[in-house]
Design a protein. Structure first.
Length: 329
């Protein structure tokens, strides 16, 4: 099969097309014919082995990538199921987390897949898993957003932000989105009542205003973020923008947790990691919102499989509008 492989840690140009063996499956796994795969910041972090500490504590690999075929988010059709898999059968259209998604076929655990909403194209469906699940966890699980609360989303036009705006709006919160001027209309169309143009205004100038802040960017000091919260507000940090190649976002998350012990506000991280926790239930929750017409993916750009490195480079630059997607077949 055709795939995009990474033989060593490095920049996007280290990715290359190659012919590799089609993966086999175990009893609890599913083989998926990948039709489209999304590009995430997670992908370029794994490509670069960045931060370095992730090589010690995760399944990244120490001196070279542990997973030769890159990618994690996918949508496609089930080709084969293991003997212990129930509820899925060949021909089913699915979306979910498929390690090695930048390939014509990928294998994954059955509980990391859910049925694809019929209204979505494969490209739109591939854009859902990591971005929508992260947004759901940030807004609903960690932020515990309730109707009537004032919620601010920093990085509202990005891959997580576009989902987070919609999820917060679906919970009847009063949403403020922070984005560039060119994305203001998009963010309003997703349900934001207010938009802050970061090129003109600093949202942390509004002192004590927000009940919940979801920070996807990490470009404001913690003291300023706390100042923009109500005295009992919640800061949900998505780990974006944290400097340093050794510890990266983990150093910011540790600092956040340390300060949290001493303040009335709740300061909660969402660590940038591979899928963890009640993933199947979260995927079902976001697809239910899609089926109900309350959530839709925003696809910024679509790339051919052989142009995956170009797509990763675009995402790494940090200016993607919604999600970038690779069309596989």
């Amino acid at each position: 099969m055709k795939a995009i492989v990474q033989e060593r840690f490095g920049p996007p140009q280290t990715l290359r097309p190659a012919d590799v063996d089609r993966p086999g499956i175990r009893a609890t796994e599913v083989l998926v014919r990948v039709r489209a795969a999304a590009l995430n910041p997670y992908d370029w972090h794994m490509l670069r082995g960045d931060p370095y500490v992730a090589r010690l504590v995760g399944g990244v690999g120490m001196t070279r990538p542990k997973c030769r075929v890159a990618g994690i988010d996918a949508a496609g059709q089930v080709v084969a199921v293991g003997a212990e898999v129930h509820g899925l059968r060949p021909g089913d259209e699915v979306l979910g987390f498929c390690p090695g998604a930048f390939a014509e076929y990928a294998r994954t655990a059955a509980d990391l897949l859910v049925p694809k909403p019929s209204a979505l194209s494969f490209e739109e469906a591939a854009a859902v898993p990591m971005g929508a699940v992260t947004a759901l966890r940030g807004i609903r699980t960690v932020g515990r957003v309730r109707a009537g609360q004032r919620v601010l989303i920093n990085g509202a036009a990005g891959g997580v932000g576009t989902f987070a705006v919609q999820i917060a709006a679906a919970l009847d919160a009063e949403v403020t989105g922070v984005c560039g001027a060119r994305n203001a209309d998009l963010v309003r169309s997703l349900g934001a009542a207010h938009v802050v143009d970061y090129g003109r205004d600093d949202f942390t100038d509004r002192r004590g205003h927000y009940d919940v802040i979801l920070d996807n960017v990490g470009n404001r000091p913690l003291s300023r973020l706390r100042g923009a919260l109500t005295p009992t507000g919640v800061l949900v940090a998505n780990g974006g923008g944290s400097p340093g190649h050794v510890f990266g976002a983990m150093s910011s998350m540790l600092r956040l947790s340390a300060v949290n012990v001493f303040v009335r506000q709740r300061l909660r991280p969402i660590l940038p990691s591979a899928p963890a926790g009640p993933t199947h239930e979260d995927l079902l929750a976001v697809t239910a919102l899609i089926e109900a017409g309350k959530l839709r993916p925003v696809v910024d750009r679509t790339y051919r499989l052989e142009d995956t490195a170009e797509g990763v480079r675009h995402v790494e630059e940090g200016h993607a509008r919604g999600k970038a997607v690779v069309r596989v077949a």
